[in-house]
Design a protein around this ligand. Sequence first.
Ligand code: ATP
Length: 237
Amino acid sequence: MSALLAVQEVSAGYGPIDVLKNVSLEVGEGEMVALIGANGAGKSTLLLCISRCVRQTSGEILFAGRITAGLRPHELARSGVAHAPEGRRIFPRLTVAENLELGAYSRRDRAGIARDMQSVYEMFPVLAERRRQAGGTLSGGEQQMLALSRAWMARPRLLLLDEPSLGLAPLIASQVFEALALWNRGGLAVLLVEQNARQALSLARRAYVLEQGVVTHSGPADKLADDPRVQQAYLGA
Ligand code: ATP
């Protein structure tokens, strides 16, 4: 069976020099895959490239068997790819509830949207308490929960997630990871970029290590977590 997402020998960058060099990676249907690597390795660039915000200079990306070159970012989003970029990209003047509704803007199943909003509120009670409050008045951690939940409200097949725990208190980070694990069990495929490599490897089924734009290791997450080179570079061993 073909992968849900297939990145095939992709190179990309912002100028004459490629940041990504011949990167190949796959995410299966309903699979959680982690992408780890040092600052500046090109992880965010790869997610931006997959979501069609950065153009590849060579190689091919396929989503659900379809070549994505030629699709605009919103067309790809409509076909089932949600991107929650680094930083809390919420609409600060809209309420929490309005932010969540916007996540679901391309859906028509009103009952499903209401049910999903309810499940977000159950998962993150603080968002329920603040549902009528402007998003911009939330704390950083709460905005992160909102950004993630808004991406999920689109009910994508694949979620591209950039550093969801960055700057979060440990308790809030663990709530975010619980939500991710739950959604993944429900069938959501996730490509997870995460600075907390230990956490990422414990959540994901498979993982890739990106070093200076090149995939240097890949395999089952538990095997990578046992690899001395990965331990030394990313797990503080
Ligand atoms: P971090 O964890 O620090 O975000 P990363 O692995 O996600 O790192 P990227 O953000 O993809 O890395 O950056 C890879 C390289 O591309 C870096 O050298 C960075 O300076 C450069 N870069 C990123 N965004 C741009 C941009 N908009 N214009 C030019 N260069 C950029």
